[in-house]
Design a binder for this molecule. Structure first.
Ligand code: PHE
Length: 403
């Protein structure tokens, strides 16, 4: 870029040696996918909103922020790698495109104790089916009075009547380690209650999103963020793979003090909306979210998760497999084998039939596998070969009996 100035959102900024925003990325700042009610990103957003009933929503903040808002206010060190020009889009040395919705944490926490911020965020990254330089995040935070947090949280969890169907299996005992420490300023009981409330709230939220899964597996992994301590990542077992869904933790007290909330303790989380939309809608490629093709946009309705119907010109190749399952059988294990064998060519695996034999009580299942390449025609012969291999592996690894 050689121009002396750049205009984004009606405002003009001076350029300098840091400037690395490109016209293509700046074009994206006007799209606002999360504000189109029938767009999968907005549908997921609305579902998450419904899991946090009386939270205040913010969703129209400009993507242009200061490095202070995106980094310094959040306790990023001066040499934090996230600041690198290779990772971040700079308008100039002091002005950038936000890399996360946390850039607005401080501001919104001065205004309310229960907040949700949704926005487009920008990161320089490789481009493939699951990476794109622009994506959408939602930030959530809740603050409690530090003195009464333990009691308030116990009561609020006990009073929660939101009906959630299906079971959830989660590792949610908080263990504090030197690598993932409590902040010195925090009372241990208040911090543990806050962490409990955080994990409880997020478990309820994903249970709502994945309501079609009978048994949802969630795990909490220790993590590190400059602006929370202790910190975790939540992962969900989905079709045989652990999917990283969000980062979260107990908010650094310095940030609360700067927000004028020194008598509070609180949690925050940040999640990627594309990640969730990809799996919940079965969208095969992150680039589709930006499609202006009517065949994409017309498919969806507000507040409804429905499977995306492929309109690629490359035809699918559909194969069914039936077998007698056994007590150890888990769909996730089956999916993992399919993925091992077919890799990126598998688009979808669905249980299309099941029944229990009246005499033997054995359960029979039939899965339909949709093989399709995003970029070429697959041949029936090549898919037959994969399917044959799958039939062998399923017997060998899961000890089931083919029908
Ligand atoms: N901002 C973090 C990210 O983008 C996520 C996060 C938000 C983590 C809030 C903790 C608390 O990865």
């Amino acid at each position: 870029i050689t121009a002396e100035s750049i205009t984004v959102g009606g405002k003009t900024y001076k350029t300098d040696s840091f400037t690395n925003v490109t016209p293509t990325v700046l074009e994206k700042t006007t799209r606002q996918l999360h504000l189109i009610p029938t767009h999968p990103i907005a549908i997921i957003k609305d579902l998450i909103y419904s899991a946090f009933p009386d939270f205040k929503h913010y969703e129209t903040f400009s993507p242009v922020v200061t490095t202070k808002e995106n980094f310094d206010d959040l306790c990023f060190s001066d040499d934090h790698p996230g600041r690198a020009v290779t990772d971040t889009y700079y308008v100039n040395e002091k002005i950038m495109l936000r890399t996360h919705t946390s850039a607005h944490q401080l501001k919104v926490m001065t205004e309310a104790d229960k907040v949700l911020v949704t926005a487009d965020v920008y990161r320089r990254d490789e481009i493939d089916a699951s990476h794109y330089p622009v994506f959408h995040q939602m930030e959530g935070a809740q603050l409690f009075d530090a003195k009464t947090a333990v009691d308030d949280i116990r009561k609020s969890i006990a009073a929660d009547t939101s009906a959630v169907s299906g079971s959830i299996h989660t590792t949610d005992t908080t263990v504090i380690t030197p690598e993932n420490p409590k902040q010195d300023c925090h009372d241990e009981a208040a911090m543990l209650a806050t962490a409990d409330h955080l994990k409880y709230s997020l478990n309820m939220m994903v249970r709502k999103l994945f309501s079609h899964e009978k048994d949802l597996q969630v795990r909490w992994i220790d993590a590190q963020f400059p602006f929370t301590s202790p910190s975790w990542e939540m992962e969900i077992l989905y079709q045989g793979k652990w999917l990283e869904v969000l980062g979260c933790g107990v908010i650094r007290q310095d940030i609360l003090i700067n927000a004028g909330k020194s008598d509070k303790i609180g949690w925050a989380f940040g999640l990627g909306l594309e990640r969730l939309a990809l799996v919940l809608f079965g969208i095969p490629d992150i680039r589709l979210f930006w499609s202006q093709d009517e065949r994409f946009l017309r498919q969806f309705e507000p507040s409804k998760i429905q499977k995306f119907k492929q309109f690629s010109k490359y035809p699918p190749c559909i194969k069914d497999i039936s077998f007698w399952s056994n007590d150890d059988f888990h769909e996730n294990n089956f999916c993992e084998i399919v993925r091992d064998i077919a890799g990126d060519i598998v688009e979808d695996v669905q249980l299309i039939d099941e029944f229990t034999h009246p005499k033997t009580k054995k359960r029979s299942v039939c899965y339909r596998i949709n093989y399709r390449s995003m970029d070429r025609n697959v041949t029936n012969a090549e898919i037959n070969e994969l399917q044959e291999k799958l039939r062998e592996e399923v017997v060998q690894r899961m000890k089931v009996e083919l029908r």
